[in-house]
Ligand binder design. Sequence first.
Ligand SMILES: Nc1ncnc2c1ncn2[C@@H]1O[C@H](COP(=O)(O)OP(=O)(O)O)[C@@H](O)[C@H]1O
Ligand SMILES: [Mg+2]
Length: 204
Amino acid sequence: MLRIENLNKSFGEKQVLKDINLDINKGEIVMITGESGVGKTTLIRCLCGLENYDSGRVEYLNDDKGNGDNSIGLVSQSFDLFPHFNVMKNITYPLMKVKNNKKTEAINKAKDLVGFLGLNGLEDNYAYQLSGGQKQRVAIARALAMEPNYICFDEPTSALDYKLRDNVGQLIKTVASRGMGVIVITHDREFANKYANRIFELGA
Ligand SMILES: Nc1ncnc2c1ncn2[C@@H]1O[C@H](COP(=O)(O)OP(=O)(O)O)[C@@H](O)[C@H]1O
Ligand SMILES: [Mg+2]
C-alpha cells in the first residue's frame, strides 16, 4: 500500500498541499479531482520523487506476503517522449539504462507492450509522427515496461477525443486488474465516476 501522511508542500509563500492524507492499495484506481491550480500535479510529482515536499511522509507498506513494493511510474500530461528516439527506443532505453536489461530482453518487452497498446506498425515513428493518443500510448508503454507497483496518470483524457477516453478508461482498469495501484488525475467527473474505485477531491 502507498500511504501519504500529512503531506505539506509550499512554493515560496504559497502553500499548495496542506496535510494531505491518502492511501492507495495495489489493484485500486484512485482518481484525484479538484480545481485547476489546486496542486494535483504537484502531489503526484511528490509521490514520484520529482518534487521535494516540506513535511509529512510517503510510505510504501509491505503487502501481507511481506513483499516490498516501492516503485512508481508516471505518465505526464505532456507525455515527455524522447523526441530523438523512435517508439521502440523510447520504451527500450529506460529499460536498458535504469533496469540494466540486455538489449534483446528490452526489445522483447517493448514488442509485447507495442502489441498490448495497439501501436503495431508505429515502431519506427518519432513523436512528431504520432497523434496525441498514440504518443500517450507510447508513454504508457514506457511506464508499464518498468513494471512499477504504482502508476500515476496526469489528466490522461484531456488531450483525447470522447471515443478514446473510454479506451484509456479500459486500459486503466486492465492495469489495475494486474495488481498495480493506479492514481489518476482528472477533471472529468463522468470519467471518474465510471472508472474510479475511489475519488479523492483535492482542496475540498
Ligand atoms: N515548480 C513550481 N514553482 C512554483 N510554483 C509552482 C511550481 N509548480 C506548481 N506551482 C504552483 O503550484 C500550484 C499548483 O500547481 P499544480 O500542482 O500544477 O496544480 P494542478 O495540477 O492542480 O492544476 C499552482 O499555483 C502553480 O502555479
Ligand atoms: Mg496539473
